[in-house]
Structure formats: C-alpha cells, structure tokens
Design a protein around this ligand. Sequence first.
Ligand SMILES: [Zn+2]
Length: 371
Amino acid sequence: MKLSQIQGQDKVIESLRAAIAAGRLHHAWLFVGPRGVGKRTTAFALAAAVNCDNGPMGGGLFAGAAPGATFAEACGSCPSCIKMASGNHPDLHIVAGDERAEEAGLAGHLLGGGESGDAEGGDDDAKGAGARRTIKVGKLRDLEYHLLRKSTEGRFKIAIIVDADQMNPHAANALLKTLEEPMGDTLIVLTSSAPSRLPATIPSRCRRVRFSALPEPLVARVLADAHGMTADRASLLAHVSDGSIGRALAIEKGEMTDWVIEAVARVAGVPGQDATDALELAEELGKGKDRADTVRRLLVLFDLLGVYYRDTAVGAWADGWSRVMAGAAAGDVLRNFEYLDEARRALDLHVGPQVTLESLFMKMRAAARTA
Ligand SMILES: [Zn+2]
C-alpha cells in the first residue's frame, strides 16, 4: 500500500508526505481516529515510504528531498518496498495485543515478548477475556532491544504499535522510556481509537494526527470494488458502520450474514401482516439448535432494525432502506424502537427466542393498527 492509495484521508496523507519531503519527520507519531478508517494501513505506508530505496529518503538520509518537493512515496518495487509489503522487512517491528494481531492478520516482525514469563502483579487485565487484547511489557522490552541495535538495512528502524491504548501500565512505562530517548534513525507510530486511555505522558511526546470517519459513498465503493460486495449490500454496510471500512468488514465477516439481511426485511414487514403469518415467522426465526447462537443473530437483527427505525423516524437514508426493505410497512417506528429494547431485555433475562419474537411481533402489529 502506498500513501497515495489511502482513501478518504487526504489531509492526513498530504501532511505526512510534506513532512517526508521536507525531511521533518518527527520520531514519534500518534494516529488517532475511529476504528477501521486507515490508521494502521497509513502507518505501514509511511514505513514503506521512509525506507524506500527510491524514495526521498533513499540513498542517504533526505538526499533526494529537494526543497519544496511534494512527492514522497514508496516506489513499491525496490527490495525495501517488497520486503515491507511481505511483512519481512528486518527493520519493521510491530507491537499488538495477541487478539488484535490475529484479527488483523498482522504478519512480519510481530514482537512476542515471552508473555508467560511476565510477572505483572496488580494488573487487572492479566487474566480473563481482556488478557489477549492487552499489550504487555514484554513486547515493549523486545522493541527497545531491537531499536537499540543498528538498523539492518541502514535506514529507519520502524515500530508500529497497534491499538496503543491497550498497553497495560507497565508496557506504557517501558514505551515512555523509549520515547524519552529518541534515536535519530527510529520512527515510532502508535495507532489508537481511544487515545484518552493513554497516559498523558505518551501523547505529549508524539505528533498527533487525526483520522476522520470516511464518507459513506466512499466506504460503499471500497466494499464493492475491493471486496466484491453487491452494490446494495455495500451501501447497507457502509451506512450501518458509521464510515468505517474496518467495522463494515467486521460486520460482514462476523455478524451481518445473509440470514440477518433477509430477516430484517421480513420483520420490518410484520406490522402489515396478519397474526398467523407473524407467528409463523416468529417460529421460523426463533428456532435453532443452539440458543446462544440464535440469540446472537437476533441481537444483530435487532440492532439493524433499530438503525432502520431511527432513520425512518427522521427520514434518513430513505432510498437505501427502500432497496433493502423492498416495500416493508414500517408501522409505528417510535414504538417499534421501544419494543426492540424490550425484546433485547427479554433475551437477556433468558426468555426463549421464539416467545420473545412472538411478543415483539404482536406489539408491532397492535401499534400499527392504533397509529
Ligand atoms: Zn521502493
């Protein structure tokens, strides 16, 4: 990925390229903004640009940077770029929690840090579900070790710390020491969608770059072009993901199955249906061998319906919904919105999925008739 290929973040990319071209590259950067809008991709593109053999920093530091040059880009074909693209560049070090590393398929010099040997008493996240998200101190010590050595290829040693707010206090302290002793040939990029969780001492040593949510049409285009989705599905996902390609892909991969997309239109049609059909639909959607699995699908369905009712109440995204819903009768949208909440609570209280749906559907029908 080249900097010029990052979509929807023109201001950010322009400022990074200007910094490279002018040789004003700060040694530590903090990329903040919503999840899934290109922070990590940009960090990798920046790494490729500063180490490219043909880039402005190639052939000796800043040698090719003519004053006022605006071109700053990785060539994509030199040995350094090829190693960067494959994740095998010896001077590129990546720090991430185990879960995030898996999720994002992060490859390359992913620092391990020998976590099992860490005695980190008093760390709330040391056990349980949070443990795999947490970035522990071992990884930062590994990083320090690599950054203290000479760069293998003679240019920048680059560290990308993904979701830096997931560092536990020990890890954050270790990073702080590294940031306090900047070395001329290191570049550290932190990414975070929750920078307020970082100890203030860390952002104060970094140059902050703000990434914004992406416009819906852009997200839809990327989902359709690069991920092969149909136009309708792409625009629905772009709409419900709040301008985040990453979130849209996560929804697509984990939650927004064909089952949910088909079901949302049918449930939205319930206010106009007769009781027998509504009860049959409740039986069909509420059955399933595994209660937990059924409940999970229904909760995603309720979320999507909630967005539909919210939009309908204020007249938003009407064209999009009319394609997804194919003529469904919205009924009394405000009351339906409340009934969805009641249905969520019922599932929380272990009411059966079918009974929950029956109750929801009867209320939706009654509200439509009295509206
Ligand atoms: Zn190159």
